[in-house]
Design a protein around this ligand. Structure first.
Ligand SMILES: Nc1ncnc2c1ncn2[C@@H]1O[C@H](COP(=O)(O)OP(=O)(O)O)[C@@H](O)[C@H]1O
Ligand SMILES: [Mg+2]
Length: 249
């Protein structure tokens, strides 16, 4: 069964059609990149999938279940998470504390004052495992606000992972980064895909990252579907080069 199946999804903002009749299927364990020029509708597409916006038309299935009408927090509870933005992180808390906040939320502990010893130990274990996966263990006690940009992005991803997703949505995780940080975030995403076996949908503008990571690529243009295929197929597609790759080069 596919993890994510989107059928004929559209989103209108007044007279603007930001997403136009998009269909796609993401299989378990796949890393799907979604690319396209600025304004192509990529972020709007994520907002529809994650439940931030209601679609104007179409449907969304997650693990075979129709979630089109579910609010965002119910989708998170079912195992779909998009990364937190840095603005949703507490810069004055440590990396460990931030990830613990997300892990508590996932465990339904947020409104509880006391955890019993077994619950507290399990929570601690989960936070440490998440920090290890995101290569943040050595920085667990650093304040998030003092981290380098790449480590802050890793902390955002760690918070998303603490919610225990099996589908992770990443919107331009290397935006604004230099080469070294882009490389580190790319390696992290690769580990999540190859080692942690997460299904990932990645919006990304950096073609080196996309071609390094993606199993398949979906190309959007002006809200519509332009192409889908393996990195090799997309690199060879004339329509894509005209709309996007040629422009970016
Ligand atoms: N909340 C919104 N209200 C109105 N228009 C929006 C909104 N969000 C996005 N848009 C418009 O939808 C189009 C697609 O935007 P977006 O999904 O952000 O593209 P991308 O992420 O591919 O750059 C753009 O024309 C943008 O201005
Ligand atoms: Mg965007």
């Amino acid at each position: 069964m596919s993890v994510l199946e989107v059928r004929n999804l559209s989103k209108r903002f007044g007279s603007l059609i930001a997403v136009r009749d998009i269909s796609l299927t993401v299989e378990r364990g796949e890393l799907r990149a979604v690319i396209g020029p600025n304004g192509a509708g990529k972020t709007t597409f994520f907002n529809l999938v994650s439940g931030f916006f209601a679609p104007s038309a179409g449907s969304i299935l997650f693990d075979g279940r129709d979630i089109t009408g579910l609010p965002a927090h119910r989708r998170v509870a079912l195992g779909m998470t998009r990364t937190f933005q840095i603005t949703e992180i507490f810069p004055e808390l440590t990396v460990f504390e931030n990830v613990r906040v997300a892990a508590e939320a996932a465990a339904g502990y947020r409104l509880r004052v006391w955890l019993n010893r077994a619950e507290a130990a399990e929570l601690h274990r989960r936070v440490e495992a998440t920090l290890a996966l995101t290569a943040l263990s050595a920085k667990a006690d650093r304040l998030v606000g003092e981290l380098a940009h790449g480590d802050q992005r890793a902390a955002e991803i760690a918070m998303a992972l603490a919610l225990r997703p099996h589908l992770l949505l990443l919107d331009e995780p290397t935006a604004g980064m230099g080469d070294q940080e882009t490389y580190e975030v790319t390696q992290l995403i690769r580990r999540l895909h190859k080692d942690a076996k997460l299904t990932i949908v990645l919006i990304e503008h950096d073609m080196r990252v996309v071609f390094h990571l993606a199993d398949r690529i979906t190309v959007l243009d002006q809200g519509g579907f332009l192409a889908e295929g393996t990195p090799q197929e997309i690199a060879a597609s004339e329509a894509v080069q005209t709309a996007y790759l040629g422009q970016a080069a």
